[in-house]
Design a protein around this ligand. Structure first.
Ligand code: FMN
Length: 205
């Protein structure tokens, strides 16, 4: 598929064909592309948990959904034959930037413009989403609610130093529904891009 078409066709898919597994070689391509993502200082401070066994996926949904949640969203997402949880590893960045070529030996987090450990994990997640489209699959990135993070960690033995940034369901799409969020419409390039300068008034007066 042409790259522009992959980008144009990418959308979050929240309903999957439960009877069509993701071939193992395809899953390996998704993961191999994830680690091609850029990372600050080439820290590569990420970690992925791939769930393909039905019992593991059941454990994931039980740990992350909590009692009283359900409905169409969960039913559709649960049908996905693969879930990949993406994690960021802040200490890998603080360690990397304490090395002599960077020199931030105080490991002070205020040095970071934004937490690059989360950014880089997001970039890896996007490569998974785009590769899924290229492979004819659907995928959806979603967050694990903060209060469900401890049960999730316990269920899968995820160490404290790895932060679950988001999970991705992956599978062959079934008849999908449109997220209500899409009613917002896509913002135009002209609404979000500032050319030459941001505004007419200089920020410092
Ligand atoms: C950081 C992030 C968190 C998201 N969390 C959820 C989520 O919890 N549940 C969900 O159904 N979609 C989630 N989405 C998907 C967005 O709703 C979706 O990307 C947006 O509505 C635009 O639709 P599209 O990706 O299909 O173009 C998330 C997307 C991002 C980037």
């Amino acid at each position: 598929m042409e790259f522009a078409e992959v980008v144009r066709r990418r959308k979050m898919v929240r309903t999957y064909d439960p009877d069509r597994p993701v071939p193992p070689a395809v899953l390996e391509r998704l993961l191999a592309h994830a680690i091609r993502a850029p990372s600050a200082g080439f820290s590569q401070g990420w970690g992925f948990l791939a769930l393909t066994e039905p019992a593991d996926r059941d454990r994931f949904w039980a740990a992350t959904s909590g009692p009283g949640t359900g409905g169409r969203w969960l039913a559709g997402m649960r049908a996905a034959p693969v879930v990949v949880v993406t994690h960021s590893h802040r200490d890998a960045y603080l360690d990397r930037y304490a090395e002599p070529d960077k020199g931030w030996t105080d490991r002070d987090e205020s040095r970071w413009p934004v937490p690059y450990w989360h950014i880089d994990t997001g970039m890896a997640a996007l490569l998974i989403l785009l590769t899924a489209v290229d492979e004819g699959l659907g995928a959806c990135f979603f967050g694990i609610p903060p209060e469900r993070t401890p049960p999730y960690r316990r269920a899968f033995g995820v160490p404290e130093e790895f932060c679950p940034v988001g999970a991705i369901t992956i599978g062959y799409p079934a008849a999908d529904w449109r997220s209500p969020s899409l009613r917002r419409g896509r913002r135009e390039v002209a609404q979000v891009v500032h050319r030459g300068r941001w505004s007419a008034v200089a920020p410092d007066g």
